[in-house]
Write a protein that binds this ligand. Structure first.
Ligand SMILES: NC(=O)c1ccc[n+]([C@@H]2O[C@H](COP(=O)([O-])OP(=O)(O)OC[C@H]3O[C@@H](n4cnc5c(N)ncnc54)[C@H](O)[C@@H]3O)[C@@H](O)[C@H]2O)c1
Length: 318
């Protein structure tokens, strides 16, 4: 299937904005970016794209049926990034996570069915699998049980299930990608890496949850985006694809590494009360995506990539 025009939702956020840049430089697709510009969506993230004649931005909500219907009637495929994405916020206020992540996805699915959309790629997360014990070596596989821990991951798992049901019941051509933790430029300072950098630059205390031993599996945002493009172009409908870079690290080790790069004292670290239900370890097996789609992460020198990213946050004062 040859895509001519693509609807991207949530393109003013962290990952979506990197994906838009990739699509405009590496493909000839036209793009509509539908974004509600919540606190997490920033027009600055896409400022360099605004004048591109193949790019159109629409401010709006993925739950707005008539707007979604109009936009989907103009495209042949959709990539759905739009979401409430911060676990801590989901513990404070789960409702909006259900509205955007669950009802918003269903709104897109309903309209996609009405207009016989040829491809629907749902951007999901490894957090839908729950967590793994710290002393284990196993990794998440695509058909593992879904055991989400937070309202955020539960809402993403619900959206995945609605996509799978759309495939099974209506034969809608959906595909799901599930990626591990992303790092890179343009991420909000509510998330771990930019939070550490922005606090450290101001010599402020850096909060680390619990004992800091929780393990995350980090991937460069551009490697996530290159996998999404491969899935969009070559992925099989009805399939789930894990994305990860085999790069596990305990949070406390990551914080110390960032402080070393920033030449800041570890005394800034302050252990704080653990997040309720905090997942212990994530580890993702992306061998299916690698072997079936010939996709491999390229930004694998972690410390070098962190240095480049830190330099960007220092310069941009983000
Ligand atoms: N950040 C990660 O490490 C990671 C890892 C795996 C998967 N994901 C998934 O990738 C997607 C993007 O994550 P991110 O980190 O870029 O998130 P983000 O919070 O930086 O961006 C989310 C974007 O969605 C927009 N948005 C929110 N609600 C909307 C609505 N109702 N209608 C239209 N737009 C809306 C926001 O304005 C923002 O631009 C999410 O679906 C997330 O679950 C993220």
């Amino acid at each position: 299937m040859k895509i001519k025009k693509l609807l991207v939702t949530g393109g003013c956020g962290f990952i979506g904005s990197h994906f838009l840049r990739k699509i405009l430089t590496e493909t000839d697709f036209d793009i509509i970016n539908l974004d509600k510009l919540t606190y997490a969506g920033k027009l600055e993230n896409t400022a360099d794209l605004a004048k591109n004649s193949r790019y159109k931005f629409i401010e709006g909500n993925i739950c707005d049926k008539s707007l979604v219907d109009k936009l989907i009637s103009e495209v042949s495929a959709i990539v759905n990034f739009a979401a409430e994405s911060h676990v801590d916020n989901s513990i404070e206020n789960p409702q909006v996570f259900v509205e955007t992540n669950v009802l918003g996805t269903q709104t897109l699915l309903d309209s996609a069915r009405k207009h016989s959309l040829e491809k629907f790629l749902q951007i999901s997360t490894d957090e839908v699998y729950g967590d793994l014990p710290l002393n284990s070596t196993g990794k998440f596989r695509e058909h593992d049980e879904l055991k989400p821990s937070s309202p955020y991951s539960a809402s993403k798992a619900a959206a995945d299930m609605l996509c799978i049901a759309a495939w099974r019941t209506f034969k809608q051509p959906i595909t799901i990608s599930r990626c591990s933790n992303n790092f890179g430029t343009h991420q909000l300072a509510e998330k771990l890496m930019p939070l550490v950098i922005s606090r450290a630059l101001k010599n402020e205390k850096i909060p680390v949850y619990g004992d800091g031993k929780n393990v995350r599996d980090w991937i460069h945002v551009n490697d996530h985006c290159s996998a999404i493009l491969k899935i969009l172009e070559k992925g099989k409908t009805g399939e789930i694809y894990n994305i990860g870079a085999d790069n596990e690290l305990a949070n406390i080790k990551l914080v110390k590494l960032l402080l070393k790069i920033l030449k800041k004292d570890e005394k800034l670290i302050e252990f704080v009360k653990d997040r309720p239900g905090h997942d212990r370890r994530y580890a993702i097996d992306s061998s299916k995506t690698q072997s079936e789609l010939d996709w491999y992460p390229e930004h694998v020198n972690f410390e070098e990539e962190l240095k480049k990213m830190v330099a960007w946050y220092e310069k941009e004062n983000f």
